[in-house]
Design a binder for this molecule. Sequence first.
Ligand SMILES: Nc1ncnc2c1ncn2[C@@H]1O[C@H](COP(=O)(O)OP(=O)(O)OP(=O)(O)O)[C@@H](O)[C@H]1O
Ligand SMILES: [Mg+2]
Length: 298
Amino acid sequence: MEAVVSRGLWKVYGSGVVALKGVSFNVERGRLVALLGRNGAGKTTWVRVASTQLLPTRGTVEVLGLDVVSEPWMIRELIAMVPQEGFPLEMLTPFEYVYSYLMVRGYGRSEARGRAREYLGLLELEPYADTMIDELSGGLKRRVMVAAVMASGAEVLFLDEPTTGLDPVARRGVWSALKKAKGAGGTIILTTHYMDEAESLADDVVVIHEGRVVFSGSMSQVREGLKGKVRVEVYGDVDPSGYECLKVGGATIFYVEGGEAEEVAGRAIKRGFEVAVKPASLEDLFMRVVGGGIEEGD
Ligand SMILES: Nc1ncnc2c1ncn2[C@@H]1O[C@H](COP(=O)(O)OP(=O)(O)OP(=O)(O)O)[C@@H](O)[C@H]1O
Ligand SMILES: [Mg+2]
């Protein structure tokens, strides 16, 4: 069964900006979907519509079979979300914040207490559990918010860049909380700019570009599509000489079959360029679908 169904979703802001231009994709129950796209692609707009904070201009989104426009209150009981710019109330401690968040959502005292401790632990916030939130660093504040939302046990979780600004260790704490929530049967929609994060967590990937879905598929389809492909990154502007390449930030990136990598890299090295050769990854799929400027060699 589908947890979220987005059909031909358009969003035009009052300013006239068209943020979504007919976005359609499905999220199956129990899956973790990484929603990817460049800055301004429309990810947050989509998340805000799907989590009933913003009305769509046209098209529909159903969450657990409920319509975001006609049944928002029923949806709100079943979802939880971390907004992109969200921080917790500062006049509480992390424990008080997560505990009261869970009480509001209907947990009894002892379960709320237990879950609050557990998720504060998963996000390595125990040492700060009883410090006032306004005394914590930005990343710690963000983790408190993530802990509360992850502890909610909501059926569908929307997490808009929950790991942005977190240190590499803390980021992994969020990953383990995400895995736990998924293991408990939750459906998770995660926006992130970290491709390694999407690669290690996601079952499915949706890429939005300029308000439209430009890729949608499972992570295994992504891997299958990239199999045997190699990325040769040349730090300089070189002639494609017959190979497909992408020019990004002064570098020339070639996508070639394994056997061709040596020739492409060798040619660039001979001309004095620095070169990095790696197996192609999700980042490369991303660059290809949103990067523009692919030059087909002839
Ligand atoms: N409240 C608003 N009023 C008017 N335009 C907006 C508003 N919020 C976003 N936009 C515009 O809508 C487009 C999509 O923005 P959105 O925040 O959804 O992108 P995003 O994919 O989340 O980007 P980022 O990765 O930077 O968070 C952008 O052009 C943005 O300027
Ligand atoms: Mg955003």
